[in-house]
Design a protein around this ligand. Structure first.
Ligand code: ADP
Ligand code: MN
Length: 470
């Protein structure tokens, strides 16, 4: 129930019937409504049509918690910026990259551009495959799976009535990372088709995605966050972003869901959109919520950068969607959610929710014209056993650990040392342990060490691995 606003005097009634703004019921309702302002990550449940009241104390607790989660999200981005460029790859990935170089698909791999918790991005020179010549400079994105990632990414899959959380969890972790690579590939393909500036996928092999490099001469394009644009360029960039968001929504039917100054690059006076593995289709029940967050990020960034005439997040949202949702802040979000709920009920009514694995679902959906992307997929015939369904009810935790898929970050010396030593050593590097309550088996999640941003470091995948594997 919306809080009854007391008169401008701050109270209503008189004598013993006086009701002030401190009234517990009014406050409680106000607090409950303010909770809608929290980030989409904050699972508040569906509080509509409920007379929910939150005592001040509880509200403050929740608010603090939500702020903390917000900051953590921010830090995650920041941390990536300062993370060490060297990162150990698991042996399977090293072998895969080695094969790409060995077969001439890649000319050479020069160094790493970025190391994050969810992916490692390398720079390489493209070669040839089946008579096709790849782009001269390419970026290789290697997807990783950490326990944390399972948790944070789940929401992009979960919440869709077509598949349950359990299905997602039950899948082999290797299949899941492969799925993210496929998803990014499909989304990039779709965006490219509608002329949105983004990397063009060259090939995809398991969890490794090779795409065109945004930048020049091994120097990656800066993120908008670091691009230090002139006042004129900022205005221009803002216009571009608005257009891109509209196109992405109206033409591609996609919501980026992690759009921020960290996932947009500035190159050749153009904004390039990257990192779309988590992008969702419009019929995802939370698509509009994610979009509203994207809008908020974009608006905040451009206002802070001094762009003029920046819309409010609400205006931008309506501009992007061609919807006409009224209100502001929590009220706006509530309306968005109401609208999404109606839509989704319509969908269920029309489609008879049939349960699919996330993989199948996204695959079908994004690759209706699969031929576009068939040629990009390289199968790895000689290690097919790797890919056999080992789906069982094993806990993902132990699964990851056993398969050596827990990513562990070493210091630089260890990377080089381990590059050609045997696999069992590969987990013996120095690791800062992070406690993850969800992991009963005590698997490790690496923590990155500080280092310069953007600068490339030589990685010795070519030579070292060549020796090791031959
Ligand atoms: P993550 O999920 O780790 O954020 P991203 O796709 O955002 O993965 O890539 C991480 C970083 O790597 C980006 O911020 C960008 O600096 C760089 N990068 C990614 N793809 C490319 C590309 N095609 N060309 C140049 N740099 C890229
Ligand atoms: Mn990113």
């Amino acid at each position: 129930k919306s809080p009854v606003v007391a008169s401008s005097k701050g109270y209503s009634g008189r004598g013993k019937n006086i009701v002030t703004k401190h009234d517990a019921v009014i406050c409680g309702r106000k607090n409950a409504s303010k909770m809608m302002d929290f980030t989409p990550e904050f699972e508040s449940g569906d509080c509509e049509e409920m007379d929910m009241r939150l005592p001040n104390n509880d509200y403050n607790h929740l608010k603090r918690h939500s702020n903390k989660a917000d900051r953590r999200q921010q830090k995650l981005h920041e941390k990536k910026e300062h993370s060490t460029a060297e990162h150990a790859m698991d042996p399977r990935t090293r072998l895969l990259l080695y094969k790409l170089v060995n077969s001439g698909t890649l000319e050479s791999i020069s160094g790493s551009i970025s190391t994050g918790k969810e992916s490692v991005v390398l720079h390489a020179y493209g070669g040839r495959i089946e008579g096709r010549t790849l782009a001269t400079e390419v970026a290789i994105k290697v997807f990783k799976t950490t326990l944390n990632e399972f948790k944070t990414r789940e929401k992009y899959v979960h919440g869709d009535h077509r598949f349950s959380k359990d299905d997602y969890k039950k899948q082999n972790p290797r299949k899941i990372i492969k799925m993210w690579a496929m998803k990014e590939c499909a989304n990039l393909g779709r965006m490219h088709k509608f002329n949105i500036p983004c990397p063009v996928v060259q090939i995809i092999k398991k969890h490794v995605l090779v795409m065109t490099f945004i930048g020049e001469d091994r120097k990656p394009a800066p993120k908008l966050k670091h691009a230090k644009l002139s006042a004129e360029n900022i205005e221009d960039a803002y216009d571009q972003v608005v257009k891109i968001m509209r196109k992405m929504y109206l033409k591609c039917g996609l919501v980026h869901a992690d759009l921020s100054e960290y996932n947009m690059l500035w190159h050749a006076d153009t904004v390039w959109i990257i990192d779309v593995s988590q992008a969702v289709y419009l019929d995802h029940p939370r698509a509009l919520e994610f979009l509203y967050r994207d809008c908020t990020n974009v608006v905040n960034f451009f206002s802070e950068s001094g762009a003029h005439a920046v819309m409010t997040p609400e205006q931008l949202f309506n501009k992007v969607t061609d919807l006409d949702i009224r209100g502001q802040g929590s009220d706006f979000i509530a309306q968005v959610q109401r609208y999404a709920k109606e839509k989704s009920q319509e969908l269920i009514a029309n489609e008879k929710s049939d349960k699919n694995y996330a993989f199948d679902y996204f695959f079908d959906k994004s690759v209706k014209d699969k031929s576009n992307f068939d040629t990009l997929i390289i199968s790895d015939s000689d290690s097919e056993e790797d890919d056999d369904d080992v789906d069982d009810d094993d806990e993902v935790c132990s699964d990851i650990k056993e398969e050596g898929y827990m990513d562990v970050i070493y210091d630089t010396a260890n990377v080089v040392d381990n590059a050609c030593s045997d696999d069992s050593n590969a987990t013996a590097g120095e690791v800062d342990n992070l406690k993850d309550e969800n992991c009963k088996n005590g698997s490790r999640v690496g923590v990155c060490k500080d280092n310069e941003v953007g600068e490339m470091k030589e990685v010795s995948i070519n030579d070292e691995t060549a020796q090791g594997s031959s």
